[in-house]
Design a protein around this ligand. Structure first.
Ligand code: ZN
Length: 407
């Protein structure tokens, strides 16, 4: 078990043990299933009594997860529009020009930086996944294949000068070596520069009971309190915070060097709200864990009853979080015959760990199983709309989170 990645304290209380899990995004071919060399890692979440940061107790080495990455930003139209919107907002608010440099950390396929390029701003992407960096380069988005830290920052600064803006969207929760990362930011950022972080927000995770969004890629579950503490140590502070509805609920935090800009009311307001709802207290997380275990038990009871009645159950949607739910409930092919998913990259493969086959969604109408467990529950409305015919013929959907519902 590691020390707190924000403050170095040993005093971390594990409040939820989700079991031993394979890497959530490693969908296997039939040949890979036969090899049986798939590693599993403990998936346990803890709360630091010293600084309040919520984090995984054990880390998987980043190259095992990020050297090759299957999640591509431009595959989702809504995410693409969101990132281009962020670029337009930043150009306007910060007055970026053709002499400004924007560096995106964890730049994926370059989707965010394309937004800045359109406005004529200089850009550089930093992306550890070779396959994604290649896609970005092919689109004309200059990208360095690397993990960001002090050494990388030094090289970039020497070659390109200081950054007016450093962005990190959906990558900050992935960073285990936060101090090296922050030293890099400090080195690269211009004295009057700005950093913008977008990350899933701990408060939304708790309010949605979304325990299944916990998996090894997400080392941190950020609240503004611990983030503020960390950045202040490096001479920076949040000056504006916005809550965004995208991806289960996120925060966008704008940070600058202390003294550059008076923080606006959103910062004090969100910090105060975090205290009011108890994000800085272990009891809050014990209650959250109780809810997760109660949900697991009621869902298992329902599935056992279906099986006793001879009903057929399949899964629908194979996002990374489906691996957490399947592992936590210890489901396997005896409960779920297969999982239907729209992604051609996953069809014909097998789920990590328990190797449930992934098939195309049209299988649902061909088979007409009795129940479809919506593992991608955040897209419940969209999926039920697409599978209206299955429902009309008598098929039922089981929505597991935030509470079990059968529709
Ligand atoms: Zn801590």
């Amino acid at each position: 078990m590691t020390d707190c990645i924000v403050c170095g304290s040993h005093d971390i209380e594990i409040f939820l043990d989700l079991g031993n899990m394979s890497l959530a995004n490693k969908f296997l071919t039939e040949a890979e299933c036969a090899e049986s060399t798939e590693a599993t890692y403990p998936l346990r979440v803890g709360f630091c009594a010293t600084c309040g940061h919520v984090q995984l107790a054990e880390h998987v080495a980043p190259p095992a997860m990020f050297d090759h990455y299957l999640y591509i930003s431009s595959m989702s139209e809504s995410l693409k529009a969101h990132l281009h919107g962020l670029a337009a907002t930043a150009v306007e608010r910060l007055g970026l020009t053709e002499t400004s440099l924007v560096v995106d950390l964890g730049s994926n396929d370059g989707t965010l930086l394309e937004g800045f390029l359109r406005a004529g701003v200089r850009t550089l992407g930093i992306e550890p996944a070779t396959n994604l960096a290649e896609i970005a380069q092919a689109k004309g988005v200059a990208t360095l294949t690397a993990y960001f830290g002090e050494a990388t920052a030094r090289t970039i600064r020497a070659e390109h000068g200081p950054a007016a803006l450093i962005t990190s969207t959906n990558s900050f929760p992935h960073i285990p070596a936060l101090r090296d990362f922050l030293r890099g930011v400090d080195l690269l950022l211009a004295d009057d520069g700005t950093m913008i972080i977008e990350a899933h927000y701990l408060r939304d995770l708790l309010e949605q009971n979304a325990f299944d969004t916990i998996y090894h890629e997400h080392v941190s579950y950020w609240a503004l309190g611990p983030m503020t503490r960390l950045f202040r140590e490096f001479g920076m502070e949040p000056v504006r915070v916005e809550r965004l509805p995208i991806h289960h609920g996120q925060i966008r935090v704008t940070l600058r060097r202390i003294g550059q800009q008076t923080p606006d009311a959103s910062v004090t307001q969100i910090l105060a709200e975090e205290k009011t709802i108890g994000l800085d207290r272990i009891e809050t997380y014990r209650t959250f864990a109780d809810h997760a275990r109660a949900l697991r038990d009621s869902l298992l009871a329902i599935l056992a009853e279906f099986k006793a009645q001879g009903k057929r159950v399949v899964g629908y949607g194979a996002p990374a979080k489906s691996s957490t739910l399947i592992t936590f409930l210890q489901l396997d092919r005896s409960t779920i015959d297969y999982i239907a998913d729209k992604s051609p990259l996953k069809q014909g493969r097998y789920s990590p760990g328990v190797h449930i086959p992934i098939v195309a969604p049209d299988r649902l109408l061909a088979d007409q199983p009795d129940y479809a467990l919506l593992l991608a529950w955040n897209f419940a409305e969209e999926i039920m709309g697409e599978q209206a015919e299955y429902h009309r013929r008598g098929g039922k959907f089981v929505i597991p989170v935030p509470r079990v519902r059968i529709v």
